[in-house]
Every structure is written in structure tokens, then in C-alpha cells.
Write a new protein. Sequence first.
Length: 139
Amino acid sequence: MIISAEEFLTLRTSDDPAEQKRASYEAADVAVWLDVIEMYPEMREWVAYNKSVPLEVLEVLASDPEPRVRRGVAIKRKIGTGLLQRLASDVDDGVRARVARHHRASPEMLKAMLEDESWVVREAAEEALASRPDTQGEA
């Protein structure tokens, strides 16, 4: 378990692949993740990519000013439909496209995304609708 923001930074910036893997997979308390976000803002994207980061922290990162951080949140399997819905209206089309590709994006959400201003988002929504057995032919 990662016990401090400093430990996470050390692991993430290490040249040792085993330590980098720990930064990617090991859990930490919510307080530790929030400390990382506050003390080391350049590590926010890596917090989002951690496999065991709690939903509470992902909720915080979903409002991050950096699109790359919000994109990291949008690909997380564990996020629910509420957070997906919020990210579906993100200003960044990369975030919205990731939402369209998310396994929990509802058919209704995907159909709405077919009208998105960005062709990248429209294409992702169309592909997602076409690939789902319950929505085939609806795109």
C-alpha cells in the first residue's frame, strides 16, 4: 500500500519498472491521493491511471482543468453512469469520445452523442452503437 504522496511520487518517477508498476496498481487511502493531487499537480494524470484509485478521487479528477486528466477518468471501468453523463458534456472532444467508447455508456447517451459537434465523438458513438447487440442498426 502506498502510504504517502511522497512515496507515490518516488515510485512514479523511478527508473525501476517494478516501482512504476507499484505506482500504477497499489492502493492508497483517499487522503494520500488528495495529497498527491494538491502537492504534485503534475502527477494528477498518473493518479487517474492507478488501477485502484477510489471513485471519490475520480470524482475530483473529473473536474480537473487538464483534459488529459479527465480523459484518464473517462476510461476507468469502475465509473458509473452519473460520472459518465457529466463527462459526456465535457468541453474536450477527446473526453467525450472516450465516454462514447465506455462499456457503461447507455444507448440513450450514445444516440445523443451522434449529434455531437465533433466528428471524433460522433464516430465513436456510431461505432459503439453498431458493436452492441442490443442496439445494432440504431446508429
